[in-house]
Design a protein around this ligand. Structure first.
Ligand SMILES: Nc1ncnc2c1ncn2[C@@H]1O[C@H](COP(=O)(O)OP(=O)(O)OP(=O)(O)O)[C@@H](O)[C@H]1O
Length: 612
């Protein structure tokens, strides 16, 4: 982002308009009230100044003092009334403005969350999306309310300056240029200091982000154990100190340069004020301006200068908030491109057969496709297994089946309906997933299983029994109502295998015609693993659902109706276990390798007994 003078000045109106538009959308009533009260308050500032001229005129007139005071009384009453009204109106403006801020913050944060939860899952595989979301969520949304406040403060200052300038223009034509002369040096200095700070903020954005990331690594529970095990404390602290030190030095340099600029601005502003008073004095001495007018002019110039100082301070802050606001807008625009395309067809609720037809899929930023020309089918009541070495494309295929990714080419069909044209959000209500990287939801054990489905105790107990989660819950202090998050009082933590049992129960609980199980037993002990595989195979027959099972435990694949073997994103073999073993291909090789590992154990054990 460039920071030339013209570019900086050019950005300001755009920022002001966008901030006001945001405020209007968040609360039209409070926005209108804030602007209207501020303008009205500015009008009464002008009225008070003009009335002051009337008071001074009467007081400086010829005649006995009591008569002059009496003559000045109506104007004095007007000054008092205008001052009271102006005070009341600016209090009302302040009140409307402070009401507006929470509305703006809520609107900005809600929009951010709505977009983050609506974009396609694929967006989270795009580094650029992550980067923009991080920047928007760290300060972008919260800065919007400040931007709106600063914008309104600028408008308030401008109204005040206009009031003072209007009064001066009416009093004497030479006074308006004099006001300009006194405010220009300080205006210049403030704008220059703002530009310095803005350039500094831009320059340190990346290092600040890195510092935030280091902060996270050193202060979160997820990393605390591994950080200690691998003695990462020293390197992390050293990097943090280097960034913080650099930031401090740059900040000190900025403070020094800003002080010099301000000193110059204040000095020049003081000289300009002195010149103004000299000109006023000359006008008075030469009889070109009455004393009353000169007195009012001094008041108006002071009012104009203080309004300008406030407005410039707000311009300064507007640029800073605008920087973060830009991140926020940038994310919103970017995220909108990741929203799912419009889906004209309603989602099917069930099927007889799911067909994957010649599907190709490539992750963003990757050259090689993760899936290339993959086809398979699965009917209700069947279990199919996806098998293959690490990185062969099993999880990617399961995410396509789950409606989380869309194929670049080819189709995924529920009977005759191509899922590309349906509302995927509604479709996912009819798909259950036991995910490889399941989430440890910081919710109650019950909610960890039922998720968004309605509560049904009988179904909950059944799902828990089939997954082994019943044993986990029976040991929890508050049973199903135990909060599963140690960061909160009375919260409990589970082991990896216990969490996996809950994740499996989650899959069984959902009443869906398609169940996808991706490595559902990786963390389970032998007994629990055996029980879960039996439950998964039984699930298809018992409920008539179609089950897709991804696992490296090939012994459990034997019972599947068909096995699809993937290699580098392609289906290289498919058939029943017996057919694939007869074919002596990749599946037979992997299966035999695993089986031989088990066979060698009793041999070694016997060897051990013999030698003892
Ligand atoms: N989010 C992602 N972004 C980019 N590439 C990815 C992403 N996820 C997976 N890949 C790549 O896609 C390919 C297939 O990965 P996938 O996770 O589908 O394999 P898998 O068969 O499930 O592996 P595993 O057995 O290790 O779980 C791999 O080359 C992997 O590097």
């Amino acid at each position: 982002m460039r920071t030339g003078w013209t570019r900086m000045a050019g950005r300001l109106p755009g920022l002001v308009v966008r901030a006001l538009a945001l405020a209007w959308r968040a609360s039209p009533r409070d926005t209108a009230a804030t602007v209207a009260f501020n303008i009205a308050s500015g009008i009464f500032t002008a009225v008070a100044l003009v009335a002051t001229a009337g008071v001074l005129e009467e007081l400086f007139a010829e005649g006995p003092t009591p008569d002059r005071v009496r003559a000045a009384l109506p104007a004095l009453v007007l000054v008092a009334a205008a001052t009271v009204l102006r005070g009341a109106l600016s209090a009302a403006a302040g009140w409307a403005q402070s009401r507006l801020e929470p509305y703006v913050e809520q609107a900005a944060e809600t929009r951010l969350m709505e977009l983050a939860t609506a974009v396609q899952v694929l967006a989270f595989d795009d580094n650029d999306f992550h980067d923009r979301m991080f920047r928007a969520s760290v300060r972008g949304a919260s800065e919007t309310k400040r931007l709106v406040s600063h914008t309104i403060d600028i408008l308030t200052g401008l109204v005040g300056i206009c009031a003072a300038a209007g009064v001066l223009g009416v009093l004497h034509p030479v006074l308006l240029p004099l006001l300009l002369l006194t405010v220009l040096p300080e205006g210049w200095a403030a704008a220059r200091a703002a530009r310095m700070r803005y350039t500094w903020l831009l320059a340190i954005t990346d290092s600040r982000r890195r510092k935030g990331m280091l902060d996270d690594l050193m202060t979160t529970r997820d990393t605390c154990a591994e950080m200690r095990s691998f003695t990462m404390r020293g390197p992390l602290l050293a990097e943090f100190a280097a960034i913080a030190g650099h930031e401090r030095d740059v900040q000190l340099d900025l403070a020094r340069r800003q002080t010099l600029v301000r000193l110059f601005g204040d000095g020049a502003g003081g000289a300009a004020s002195a010149l103004t008073y000299v000109v006023l004095g000359l006008l008075l001495v030469n009889g070109m301006m009455p004393l009353a007018v000169a007195g009012t002019a001094v008041l108006a110039i002071r009012t104009g200068r203080s309004e300008l100082a406030a407005a410039l301070h707000s311009v300064n802050s507007t640029y800073e908030s605008g920087l973060y606001f830009h991140d926020y807008l940038d994310f919103c625009e970017h995220a909108e491109k990741w929203l799912p395309p419009p889906a004209p067809l309603p989602a099917p609720t069930t099927f007889d057969q799911v067909t994957v037809d010649d599907v190709t899929f490539t992750y963003p930023g990757k050259e090689e496709p993760a899936l290339a020309g993959v086809s398979l089918r699965i009917r209700r009541g069947e279990t199919i297994a996806l098998v293959g070495e690490n990185g062969s494309g099993k999880t990617t295929l399961s995410k396509l089946l789950a409606g989380l990714y869309r194929p670049d080419r080819g189709r995924v069909l529920w009977d005759g309906t191509d899922l590309a044209g349906v509302d995927t959000h509604a479709l996912r209500e009819h798909i259950a997933v036991i995910a490889q990287d399941h989430t440890h939801w910081p919710l109650s054990a019950r909610r960890n299983v039922t998720m968004s489905s309605p509560d049904d105790d009988a179904r909950l107990e059944e799902a828990a029994r089939r997954s082994g989660a019943d044993e986990v819950v029976s040991e929890l202090g508050h049973g199903w109502d135990t909060l599963l998050d140690r960061r909160f009082a009375a919260g409990q933590e589970l082991s990896g295998g216990q969490w996996q049992r809950l994740a499996a129960a989650r899959g069984f609980y959902r009443d869906a015609p398609l169940l996808i199980c991706d490595e559902p037993t990786a963390a389970l002990d032998a007994r629990a693993e055996h029980r879960l595989f039996a439950s998964i195979h039984e699930h298809a027959r018992r409920t008539g659902s179609a089950v897709v099972l991804i696992t490296h435990r090939l012994a459990s694949v034997r019972m599947a109706d068909r096995v699809y073997v993937l290699d580098q994103g392609r289906v290289v073999e498919h058939g029943t276990h017996d057919q694939l073993m007869r074919d002596q291909g990749l599946y037979a090789e992997l299966y035999s390798l695993q089986a031989s590992a088990y066979r060698s154990v009793p041999a070694t054990h016997e060897d051990g007994l013999r030698s003892a």
